[in-house]
Design a binder for this molecule. Structure first.
Ligand code: FMN
Length: 423
């Protein structure tokens, strides 16, 4: 039985594929076997399986596009370890135009400034999309789908502002057997210089046109991956869904400068003494990602059918609780990129165990049972003030703490502020 605060009348069905689509994998991955439960018998094992845009996954944990999906060996590893789905590193038609540099990563550690020992909490990269030949990547997709026909492989794609190029890329990637496509409208560095990635995701007119091209060609579900480097992320998300995409994935990395070396006075990561703004990821971006995903989820709840469209939460996930937060605000799946780079593919077992622990604690038996439950607790600041005034007036009889800011003494601001609430 779910906790009593579940909104009544909430749909528990997960989205079926958009009507005009498409090829859906007929085979379903063997899902978690649940015990009968009932009086006297042990509680049923929480079921982590999800069905998103018709795609069945054993759990909601998806390898986010990046180094963890860069070639056959690592993607096979991900399937073997039990990831719910894999999104390959972004591909384009002509990999010879993609030229990477080294170093391309820089890390932020917790602790005193410049400490080399602290835990990594932030990660910046100036890595481009895949620089491996498209043909090589496609052969590897084919091989993976041959070996793992029941598992979900998603191709991540990006192209220049050219309809024929997009159509050609979609055709070739679909031929390789992918189950869905994620469109990288969000790479923040390098590619925008070629009017690709975030350059499209930040321009709603361009985005609408390119989504139109993509969706007139694609025959598998399409997720649009959003850049957070924009004032209102709901605008491109809305345009993408209205232009035929079935899902939104958010967020890609946040435009950043990791730091300046105070000895050399050069920015980092330093490539021959120079740098360029990069993309920020890992634990430090998690609250920002939650904020963006929450805004998209609210927009989708208000304007789009929960049954047809999906949402994939991305950003700083390293624990089952991080994932639970994304699901509580409406995500169907949760992607992990930097977390896998730091902790390895075995991380999925810890993520599943921790998410199950969370579900047991609240008596949730399925992901759908708690998906989006916390969305209802977001409101405006004006409403917070109204609720607080109402609560305070109800509790006025027993006065223990301070009445308002004017009573602060300056000793222990947090304690004094909280005492106002607990009046
Ligand atoms: C080194 C690196 C390379 C990445 N490459 C891609 C890419 O090719 N395509 C893409 O859509 N996202 C790419 N990303 C973004 C991630 O998929 C993800 O959106 C972002 O890092 C936030 O999630 P995280 O904190 O779990 O890493 C990359 C991220 C990193 C750290």
């Amino acid at each position: 039985m779910a906790a009593s605060f579940l909104p009544s009348g909430r749909s528990t069905a997960i989205g079926l594929p958009f009507q005009r689509r498409r090829r859906i994998s007929a085979n379903s991955f063997p899902l978690v076997v649940r015990s009968a439960g009932g009086e006297g018998s042990p509680a049923a094992e929480p079921d982590l399986s999800v069905k998103v845009n018709g795609l069945e996954m054993p759990n909601p944990f998806v390898i986010g596009s990046g180094p963890p999906g860069t070639n056959y060996t690592v993607m096979k590893r991900a399937f073997d370890e039990g990831w719910g789905a894999v999104i390959a590193k972004t591909v384009s038609l002509d990999a010879s135009k993609v030229v990477n540099v080294t170093p391309r990563y820089a890390r932020l550690r917790a602790g005193s400034n410049g400490s080399a020992k602290g835990q990594i909490i932030g990660w910046e990269n100036i890595e481009l999309i895949s620089d491996r030949p498209l043909e090589t990547m496609l052969n590897e997709f084919k091989q993976l789908k041959k070996e793992y026909p029941d598992r979900i492989l998603i191709g991540s794609i990006m192209e220049e502002y050219n309809k024929d190029a997009w159509h050609q890329l979609i055709e070739r990637v679909e031929e390789a057997g992918v189950d869905a496509l994620e469109i990288n409208f969000s790479c923040p560095h390098g590619m925008p210089e070629r009017k690709m990635g975030a350059a499209v995701g930040q321009d709603c007119a361009l985005l609408e046109e390119v989504c139109g091209w993509i969706n007139e060609k694609a025959t598998v579900p399409v997720w649009a991956k959003m850049t957070p480097n924009i004032t209102d992320i709901t605008q491109p998300a809305r345009v993408s869904l209205k232009s035929g995409c079935e899902g939104i994935a958010a967020i890609n990395t946040i435009m950043s400068v990791m730091g300046i070396d105070l000895n050399t006075l050069r920015p980092e990561p330093s490539v021959e003494g120079y740098s360029t703004p990069g993309g920020y990821s890992s634990k430090a971006v998690h609250p920002i990602a939650l904020g963006k995903v929450m805004q998209i989820a609210q927009m989708m709840k208000a304007e789009f059918s929960d049954k047809e469209y999906s949402l994939s939460g991305i950003g700083g996930v390293e624990t089952g609780n991080d994932a639970a937060e994304f699901i509580l605000i409406g995500a169907n799946t949760v992607q992990v990129c930097t977390g896998v780079m730091m902790h390895g593919y075995g991380l999925v077992k810890k993520l599943c165990d921790e998410l199950k622990d969370f579900m047991r604690k609240h008596n949730f038996s399925s992901i759908e049972e708690f998906r989006g439950v916390s969305l209802q607790y977001f409101t405006t600041h004006t409403e917070l003030v109204r609720r607080q005034q109402e609560a305070i007036s109800q509790r006025k009889a027993i006065r223990k703490g301070l009445q308002s800011d004017k009573d602060w003494t300056g000793d222990g601001f947090v304690k004094e502020t909280e005492s106002m609430v607990s009046n």
